[in-house]
Design a protein around this ligand. Structure first.
Ligand SMILES: Cc1ncc(COP(=O)(O)O)c(C=O)c1O
Length: 402
């Protein structure tokens, strides 16, 4: 099917594109340039210096956790959290079928088996009922992901974890600043794992950290990512056989993230207001529903604002690809996220014997037929840009729905 604008309609942004009109990503601050120069001139480029130490306490407090340990990215943070929790060969770790592959590859790095389960159709986060069905005597941990712009149901996940004595590592790569029942994500499970890769809500190009409330786990996380060195109990010898990695962070990354932390609450408030406006403008738009967070009062970070096409809402023969094409013709960017459940990514080249995949009809339906994802910087834009984006979505959905 051809698209509205191509059919002779006027694209909402004229000859411009939404991506050229929204604020540039990532945000840049003049004070960061000065600090970067200061760090460069000081020669104190690594070794857990001023800004990394500030981040260790201030980012932890920002997420309501007691400790944070900084590493090179948000993949090794998952690996280190598993190692620090004593998870290894013979163990099973339950993960959702929709995430970046790092969530499911981390168990493999420590010799454990990822067990991939289905997601909830409204939050798109791991379905607690599917977790319970997947538990075996070998299950040791769960890695829920606070996906796109929702927070997983930590109340039910923690209840299952308690019942079966499982560790919980929250994958918070998409959820800087998000909260559930007043608690920052990454402070609810045993450990949290954050990514600061380029697309993320806070970024230094690359970077990662683990959060935790346990001093003992913090020490283990530090040791396992700092080739065995300890910050907390320097005199205590390393347990024999606890082989550690060298995943240290740099002061350049720390400075960039430190300054973003000072602006994060203000940017998140803006994203929340932008999302509220978008939802108000779309309240009568047929065929779409916003991705829900587990609880109505969750504080959402709004990384990848996500909508879902409702069941059977499109005219016969119309697919999600037609919706994308029509939106693109309007100059508006919506996309399919990673385009597939994680076990179907080309980069997921794990032999079938090394992982367990449960039935995942919701993962497949959502990723192949339903999600419509836009850029978080849209929510930081002027009202006019948000209104025009809503106008395009409304126009396209009215044209293509029954
Ligand atoms: C849900 C999730 N977990 C983990 C990661 C891994 O983070 P990194 O790219 O910093 O290694 C990502 C990155 O996209 C992610 O989206």
């Amino acid at each position: 099917m051809s698209t509205l604008a191509i059919n002779g309609g006027t694209p909402v942004f004229g000859d411009k594109k939404m991506m050229d009109l929204i604020p540039q990503w990532p945000p840049r601050y003049p004070e960061t340039e000065e600090k970067l120069l200061e760090v460069y001139r000081s020669g104190a480029w690594g070794g857990c210096k001023t800004y990394e130490q500030k981040l260790m306490s201030e980012f932890a407090a920002f997420q309501d956790a007691r400790y944070s340990v900084w590493m090179v990215n948000g993949t090794v943070t998952l690996e280190c959290a598993l190692l620090a929790l004593g998870i290894g060969p013979g163990d099973e770790v339950i993960v959702p079928g929709v995430s970046w592959i790092a969530t499911a590859e981390a168990p493999l790095y420590v010799g454990a088996t990822p067990v991939i389960v289905d997601i909830d159709p409204e939050t798109l986060c791991i379905d607690p009922a599917r977790i319970e069905e997947a538990i075996t005597p070998r299950t040791r941990a769960i890695i829920p992901v606070h996906l796109f712009s929702a927070v997983a149901d930590m109340e039910r996940i923690m209840a299952v974890a308690k019942k079966y004595n499982l560790a919980v590592i929250e994958d918070c790569a998409h959820a800087h600043g998000a909260k559930q029942h007043g608690k920052g994500v990454g402070s609810i499970g045993d450990a949290g794992s954050f990514s600061f890769q380029l697309s993320k809500l806070m970024t230094a190009g690359e970077g990662g950290c683990c959060t935790t409330n346990s001093e003992e786990l913090c020490d283990k996380l530090f040791r396992v990512s700092h080739i065995g060195n300890s910050r907390l109990f320097p005199k205590e010898p390393l347990k024999e056989g606890f082989i550690c990695h060298q995943y240290r962070f740099t002061e350049f990354q720390a400075v960039v993230i430190y300054d973003q932390l000072q602006h994060e609450s203000e940017l998140r408030a803006k994203r929340i207001a932008g999302m509220k406006l978008l939802n108000t403008l779309l309240k009568d738009t047929p065929g779409i529903i916003q991705q829900q967070s587990a609880f109505a009062d969750d504080v959402r970070a709004y990384y990848f604002p996500t909508f879902l096409l409702k069941d059977n809402c499109l005219k016969p023969g119309v697919t999600r690809a037609d919706i994308y094409a029509a939106l693109n013709a309007e100059g508006v960017l919506f996309h399919e996220g990673w385009g597939a459940p994680l076990y179907s990514f080309p980069a997921w080249n794990v032999p079938a014997k090394d992982f367990i995949k449960k039935e995942t009809p919701v993962c497949d339906d959502v990723m192949y037929n339903k999600v419509l994802i836009t850029h978080n910087a849209l929510l930081l834009s002027d009202e006019e840009i948000i209104s025009k984006t809503a106008e395009a979505l409304d126009k396209v959905m009215k044209f293509y729905t029954v």
